[in-house]
Design a protein around this ligand. Structure first.
Ligand code: CP
Length: 351
């Protein structure tokens, strides 16, 4: 935990490797902030926990058992940026493991309307709740709040449910969990070819899942995007450092036959400064009834959702379409993460 006083700017200037220990306590992850926190052994264990939760919830007495595990805990869901899946899957995950929840989604109904700062609001939540799960439009804000709360001595774990353009670490967990399950019978995640399509520059889900995938070896990636939305140089450098073979292209049809997994994304125009996305021809980056047949029969299609027109809805019944299963996996992996944070995952063997 933090021992010295830094300003937030000082804090963010520290190399990422130096910041990671601040998110740990007693040699376990405490705040969930960025994908680089998750080690390979952590992922393997979390995936096993999620598999067990999935299995146990099939029986009524299993559901009862799980809801008994954390019924003494309370979580605050503070989502000031729009969300359907992350909010609802965390809410459902809390219900699965018995955590009581409170929520603020519309700050106009909170004392922020009376001029209270978000910092004071979050400090208030930490007085009533054992955990804060939050989403905010400002990059780095979740990290900032974990830092501030640690300084108050009234810290509770914070989970980053998406912070501006920077990271969405629990989306990465559910994405990689879905890949792990999909490729379980085919040698696993290593050695596969991954395609990423769309707004690769501003998509926080893409950034987080790419960081997480570099925990695995022998990867090849196709980055398929309009030139102005190609992956950021720092992310490309990270892939190079990890020996990932990267191909950058704006030709989806040429890349499709090569990939084992295709990760589609929408244009992130909420981050436009002056409507620049409107002049893009994004239709070249759509998966359609025609071009999906260029893909291998056993490839899979992922999307963090929400979608606009990137995937024709008629493809939802194609066996390669994995995005609805992917979002359901989010509920189980988030329930597993909650058990981990409160050091209760070992209790599953009691069932
Ligand atoms: N994937 C994702 O973060 O979806 P929501 O924005 O609906 O939470």
């Amino acid at each position: 935990m933090i021992k010295e006083m830094y300003t937030f700017e000082d804090f963010l200037r520290q190399p990422i490797g130096d910041r990671l220990p601040y998110y740990e306590k007693d040699e376990r992850l405490y705040h969930i902030m960025i994908s680089q926190q998750f080690s390979y052994p952590f992922l393997e264990k979390l995936f096993d926990t999620a598999d067990l939760i999935k299995y146990i919830t099939r029986k009524p007495n299993g559901i009862e058992f799980l809801t008994s595990l954390l019924k003494h805990k309370r979580a605050m869901l503070y989502f000031t940026q729009p969300s359907t899946r992350t909010f609802l899957s965390f809410l459902s995950a809390c219900q699965i493991v018995g955590i009581h929840t409170g929520e603020v989604r519309d700050p106009t109904l909170s004392s922020e309307m009376k001029g209270e700062s978000q910092e004071d609001g979050l400090r208030t939540f930490s007085s009533y709740f054992d955990l804060i799960i939050m989403r905010d439009s400002k990059a780095g804000f979740c990290e900032y709040m974990s830092y501030l709360l640690d300084l108050t001595g009234r810290s509770v774990p914070i989970i980053n449910g998406g912070s501006g353009k920077d990271q969405h670490p629990t989306q990465a967990l559910l994405d990689v969990y879905t890949l792990h399950r999909s490729f379980q019978e085919r040698g696993g995640i290593p050695g596969k070819v991954y395609g990423f399509v769309g707004d690769l520059l501003r998509g926080r889900a893409v950034r987080s899942v790419i960081y997480l995938l570099t925990r695995y070896s022998n990867l090849e990636m196709f980055m398929i995007a309009p030139p102005r939305l190609q992956i950021a140089p720092d992310l490309e450098a990270h892939l190079k450092d990890h020996g990932v073979k990267v191909h950058k292209t704006d030709n989806l049809e040429e890349a499709l036959p090569h990939v084992d997994s295709l990760y589609m994304t929408r244009v992130q125009d909420e981050y436009d400064l002056s409507g620049e996305s409107e002049i893009l021809d994004y239709s070249k980056f759509h998966l359609t009834i025609e071009n999906i047949n260029l893909m291998k029969d056993d490839a899979i299609v992922l999307h963090p959702l929400p979608r606009r027109h990137e995937i024709d809805p008629r493809l939802d019944s194609d066996p390669r379409a994995m995005y609805w299963r992917q979002l359901r996996n989010g509920m189980y992996i988030r329930a597993a993460l909650l058990l981990y944070l409160f050091n209760m995952e070992h209790r599953l063997v009691d069932y």
